[in-house]
Design a protein around this ligand. Structure first.
Ligand SMILES: [Zn+2]
Length: 113
């Protein structure tokens, strides 16, 4: 399951940065999921609970936010907002796009104790 490995990576990253800061517990985590990714928020939520078990992030609250997709349009020569993969540029209708943001999962913020 894709989400499980993503959750494990996320928890590892969160725990690592909390440790570096000298903290004992992680109480909440905010993540952003790109609109162009195929990540299911529900699956992340579920696998996160499993991935945090036995770590300093156990029982922490997970907040999931959606990150809008962004792509560079070669026709317009600028960055445009892309809500779904496979869609054309909303400005010129072109398909020559390079996804810049929105196909990833990233940790935005963590709350530590
Ligand atoms: Zn365009």
């Amino acid at each position: 399951m894709h989400e499980m490995s993503l959750s494990l990576e996320t928890v590892e990253l969160v725990v690592e940065s909390a440790k570096q800061g000298g903290f004992q517990r992680v109480s909440a985590v905010w993540i952003e999921i790109g609109a162009l990714s195929c990540i299911e928020p529900e699956a992340i939520e579920f696998s996160y609970q499993i991935a945090t078990r036995g770590t300093m992030a156990e029982n922490s609250k997970l907040h999931i936010e959606s990150l809008p997709g962004e792509a560079y349009c070669f026709g317009c020569q600028k960055n445009i907002v892309l809500n779904q993969r496979g869609e054309p540029c909303p400005c010129c209708g072109g398909f020559e796009l390079k996804v810049m943001q929105g196909d990833e999962l990233r940790v935005k913020e963590i709350e530590v104790l």
